[in-house]
Write a new protein. Structure first.
Length: 84
């Protein structure tokens, strides 16, 4: 699961950070959140999710403000989990 944070001003979306959740087995559970790991902006993962999230922001008509999106990468590409 990847997180993409943006700030938007006059419909121009600027990526602030891309993160990946650090989820591991613990206490008998499969996916316990241990933290977040920064993702390089020039990585393959970032090259998929940044344009996708910007398209989502445009589709929602976001013109100003911060945003936080969570995506899952699938074989067919990114899938939006939430955007707020």
């Amino acid at each position: 699961e990847l997180i993409v944070d943006h700030v938007t001003h006059h419909s121009k979306h600027k990526t602030c950070m891309v993160w990946k959740y650090d989820k591991r087995p613990a206490n008998g559970e499969r996916g316990v959140y241990f933290g977040m790991i920064p993702v390089e902006s020039n990585s393959h993962e970032a090259s998929l999710v940044i344009p996708y999230v910007r398209h989502c922001l445009e589709a929602l008509g976001v013109q100003n403000g911060p945003s936080h999106a969570e995506c899952i990468l699938t074989a067919g590409g990114p899938v939006l989990v939430e955007l707020n």
